[in-house]
Design a protein around this ligand. Structure first.
Ligand SMILES: Cc1cc2nc3c(=O)[nH]c(=O)nc-3n(C[C@H](O)[C@H](O)[C@H](O)COP(=O)(O)O)c2cc1C
Length: 409
């Protein structure tokens, strides 16, 4: 079934998604989303070089399997900023979940809560923070802040999120203007569903804005003094979201940031910037456990989560895949995406002798440069040719000894 907001189709599903891996969802989402909305999510900036490399650069690091570990039954629970989480996988903040599902962030919050994952909701959310909180009152949640030029708007936001029980703020500093996202220009994308905080503050003017217009109402100039002011006005812990080098980690800690969020916005801002996983080791070294580190951008596999944790992250965010999950399965679709990453991560934990998330942080990682190492597997449906049908390779219904063969097609 499909719901409509002013003619814009929104999923109203709530069902688990059958999948082999997260990559599949990117293609399947096209079947349920209009083109402009799909490309708003899927795209990066300019040539999308950074977007591609965010994922492929995980291959620069290798998980070293360990022997004779005498360990079984690994566990994913972890604690973060005093919150008990069932997984180190976090739902990264994404604007306007109403492009994927009629219940927008309320549906995402339900899925995240069912999986015991930390949910971060965006300043550009469709649903109110009160409704999001009411969807799962005891679930852990953080708020992502696009700082406004207007401090009265900021104060309104701080009051609302505190009241709604949000545990802290991710201050986004890497999107002072929108990256040059050509797909949005081609499809002339504008947010089809109103964003709650803007409607609350500006009334009807909050509707139907383009991405560039939204960014224009946010601060283009953010400095250390703003971090101090946000901390003071909100009384909440503040992470700086958008750190990709050691210098900025020092700067953020110097002005009292409570945590560092390593991300390049999923390759949607500076194209040709480095993949975040390549920068994580130098940032982790600079931070040296003084404050927690969150990592995201390009995470599509349990092994990516493993590597980010092993290289210095405390929790690891996933972005686009869960929005595809939301479109394809609603709350349970979001849950399926987290569980898929959990399933893959648990295999790597078992095979490296890591009983806990804390153990992963001490796992052995190799750093060997391979070339031509970025292909999908040979058995991936996007690469395989039709299987040959020969006289010898067919299963026979009446031959109980036959154990393998090709499918007729
Ligand atoms: C469609 C879309 C909208 C986003 N909206 C926001 C946002 O409102 N605030 C923010 O801080 N980051 C936003 N991000 C960035 C994500 O928080 C996250 O850093 C990124 O998606 C991670 O990369 P991945 O999608 O490759 O996992 C957005 C990303 C996407 C794909």
């Amino acid at each position: 079934m499909t719901a409509y907001y002013n003619g814009f189709p929104q999923s109203d599903k709530d069902e688990k998604i059958d999948m082999i891996n997260l990559d599949e969802l990117e293609e399947r989402a096209k079947e349920v989303m209009p083109e402009g909305a799909y490309y708003y999510i899927a795209s990066g900036s300019e040539n999308e070089w950074t977007w591609r490399n965010n994922t492929t650069a995980f291959n620069h690091f290798q998980i070293v399997p360990r022997a004779l570990t005498n360990m079984d039954n690994p566990q994913l629970d972890t604690e973060f900023m005093g919150m008990k989480l069932k997984t180190p996988v976090m739902i990264s903040p994404i604007a306007c979940h109403g492009i994927a599902h009629k219940d927008a962030e309320v549906a995402t919050q339900k899925g995240a809560a069912a999986a015991g994952a930390l949910f971060a909701s965006s300043t550009y959310g469709n649903k109110s923070v009160e409704d999001i909180a009411a969807a799962a009152p005891d679930a852990p949640r953080f708020f992502q802040l696009y700082l406004s030029k207007d401090w009265k708007f900021n104060q309104m936001v701080f009051d609302a999120i505190k009241q709604a029980g949000y545990k802290g703020i991710f201050l986004t500093v890497d999107a002072l203007v929108s990256g040059f996202r050509e797909a949005n220009l081609r499809t002339q994308f504008a947010f089809p569903v109103p964003l709650d905080f803007f409607t609350r503050y500006q009334g009807a003017k909050g509707e139907g804005q383009t991405v560039a217009e939204m960014y224009a109402s946010s601060a283009q100039k953010i400095g250390p003094e703003d971090v101090r002011r946000i901390k003071e006005m909100s009384g909440l812990p503040v992470f700086v979201k958008g750190v990709v080098c050691a210098e900025d980690a020092y700067l953020a800690m110097g002005c009292g940031a409570d945590g560092i969020y390593v991300t390049n916005h999923g390759g949607r801002e500076v194209d040709s910037g480095p993949a975040t996983i390549d920068m994580l080791p130098e940032i982790a070294q600079a931070v040296n456990h003084r404050v927690p580190i969150i990592f995201d951008s390009g995470v599509r596999r349990g092994s990516h989560v493993f590597k980010a944790l092993a290289l210095g992250a405390d929790i690891v965010g996933v972005g686009r895949p869960y929005l595809y999950g939301l479109a394809l399965g609603g709350p349970k679709g979001v849950q399926s995406v987290i569980e898929q990453l959990n399933t893959e991560l648990l295999i790597d934990m078992q095979l490296t002798g890591c009983k806990t998330v804390e153990d992963i942080k001490h796992a052995k990682i190799a750093h060997i440069n391979y070339t031509a190492d970025n292909l999908k597997s040979n058995t991936d449906p996007s690469r395989i040719k039709p299987y040959p049908v020969t006289a010898e390779n067919q299963m026979k219904d009446d031959d109980s000894d036959a154990v393998s063969g090709a499918s007729h097609s």
